[in-house]
Write a protein that binds this ligand. Structure first.
Ligand SMILES: [Fe+2]
Length: 242
């Protein structure tokens, strides 16, 4: 299996979609994104105008936190493959970028989601170590536990909100990379719940549409605590950080 991302053949329209998404999202981040994103995203040195080169970003990330990028070959990986990559500190990325008509929301995880939404966090050492712990936790689980552990990942790293300085900020990559979902997560009528492990573990995740409920993290360490609590509840080995 090849773990080095292949060099993509982007079109000029692809670059324009990236530039348009970047130009829309970046100005919202100061007010709405977690400080972990704000502090670490610039370390990736992405070009706001041009799509990133996966090999360059992979090398940069490797130097920062020992994570590299894996080629997800523009398909949904099954959860086992996904969490095997996570265990090995490899973040799967696609070469796919949404079309110009999907700027607000795309059901396929595209590379704007991955690079803009996720990778800034993986440039943070503590986040990088905590995120890796999801891998072994998942791989130790039975079928039900695996589904529940993917939901815990989903409602923290993909769609979580986080409290910072008494305010709610966007923590999940799916919020940072989707103008529509970011707006929905902060809308007055949207339910936002304190993170309860059992509730999140049994809430179905929405892949092809926006969510109806979001969960709030107290801080980054809360993500680790969620894994520890789940492991204890379910008799699974406690997560160990490298
Ligand atoms: Fe994601």
């Amino acid at each position: 299996m090849q773990y080095v991302p292949t060099l993509p053949n982007y079109t000029e329209q692809d670059h324009q979609v990236w530039a348009a998404l970047y130009a829309r999202q970046w100005p919202l981040m100061d007010e709405q994104a977690s400080s972990i994103f704000l502090k670490n995203f610039p370390k990736l040195e992405l070009d706001p105008q041009r799509l990133p080169d996966p090999l360059e970003v992979s090398e940069r990330l490797d130097r920062l936190t020992g994570w590299t990028l894996a080629d997800a070959q523009n398909e949904y990986l099954n959860p086992e493959e996904w969490f095997e990559h996570i265990t090995a500190r490899r973040f799967p990325v696609t070469n796919y970028i949404r079309g110009p008509h999907e700027l607000d929301f795309t059901p396929m995880p595209d590379l704007f989601h991955e690079y803009f939404g996720h990778l800034g966090f993986f440039a943070d050492r503590r986040f990088a170590d905590i995120a890796q712990a999801f891998g072994p936790l998942f791989l130790h689980g039975d079928e039900r536990q695996r589904l529940e552990i993917s939901r815990l990942w989903w409602f923290t790293l993909e769609f979580g909100l986080i409290r910072e300085g008494g305010k709610l900020k966007a923590f999940g990559a799916g919020l940072l990379s989707s103008p529509g979902e970011l707006q929905k997560a902060f809308a007055p009528e949207t339910p936002r719940l304190e993170f309860d492990v059992r509730t999140a573990a049994t809430t179905a995740s929405a892949v092809y549409e926006m969510h109806n409920v979001y969960f709030i993290l107290e801080d980054l360490e809360h993500v680790l605590k969620i894994m520890q609590d789940y492991a204890e509840m379910e008799g699974l080995p406690q997560p160990k950080l490298k």
